[in-house]
Design a protein around this ligand. Sequence first.
Ligand code: G3H
Ligand code: 13P
Ligand code: ZN
Length: 309
Amino acid sequence: MPLVTTKEMFEKSMKEHFAIGAFNVNNMEIIQGIVDAAAQQNSPVILQASSSAIKYARIGYLRKMVEAALEEHDIPVALHLDHGPDFETCKMCIDNGFTSVMIDGSKYDFEENIALTKKVVDYAHSKGVVVEAELGKLAGIEDDVNVDAADAMYTDPEQAREFVERTGCDSLAIAIGTSHGAYKFKGEAKLRFDILAQVKEKLPNTPIVLHGASTVIPELVEMCNQYGGDIPGAKGVPDEILHEASLKGVSKINVDTDLRLAMTAAIRKVFAEEPSKFDPRAYMTPAREQIKETVSHKIKDVFGSTNKA
Ligand code: G3H
Ligand code: 13P
Ligand code: ZN
């Protein structure tokens, strides 16, 4: 099956109340681990590359590796630009075969975000590509942030409605308490499902995206630390909360940190237990397997996209 946009998979996710995993890719083993897992689960999947991942792997390699994965499997796969910083990066990805791009204008004020997003939407739609935009700030909501400051970071539901109407974007990333990386919460993990419900009420037909949604899987953190890592106090969004999000209208759940942890934990284990090994396949094979296991778990037990291909 050729690459697809996210249009049909999102329509299905909204109708049948499940979420699609959007996994960050940087190299061949990560792509293989994710797509092998999705194919085994008969699940749609989104492979996403950030601009720094594109810089690292180079755009032609990424596209060709994804195309190679598609030749092996018959499931819907979208190739998406994650956190596109400007129009030019979005255009480069659109012109290089990506089927979906994110323009991240969340750092700009409302009107500037609208103008930039609209410009990307106009170009993308003329090429049959879909656009994810972002409204609200995803900065970590720490315990010591005062209530007013925290409230200002969350997505305003009425602004979200106006934003989607004026930009014509195809999906919207909202801020309801998640943040990027391995240190998301100081105290109890909590998402503002009340805001999600208000956004869904105003935008019942717009797929909603959750960034910063890694679980920071405790077993993987422990494995990293056991084999020489130093990642103290890491904390993410628990599986139960992500599952609830998938049932309550989140269509796309972004995961990068958990894949980084999976790959690093597996590699560290080989380095620590078998220091005489130096064939990269000796540690990249278990690393790919750990990625596959991690993605399978999310698809099957958390996002509910098994057999939704
Ligand atoms: O949300 C950001 C992703 O985790 C990508 O991170 O820019 O380091 O590739 P990166
Ligand atoms: P995590 O850092 O929680 O994996 O979030 C990834 C993400 O949002 C990519 O856009
Ligand atoms: Zn993100």
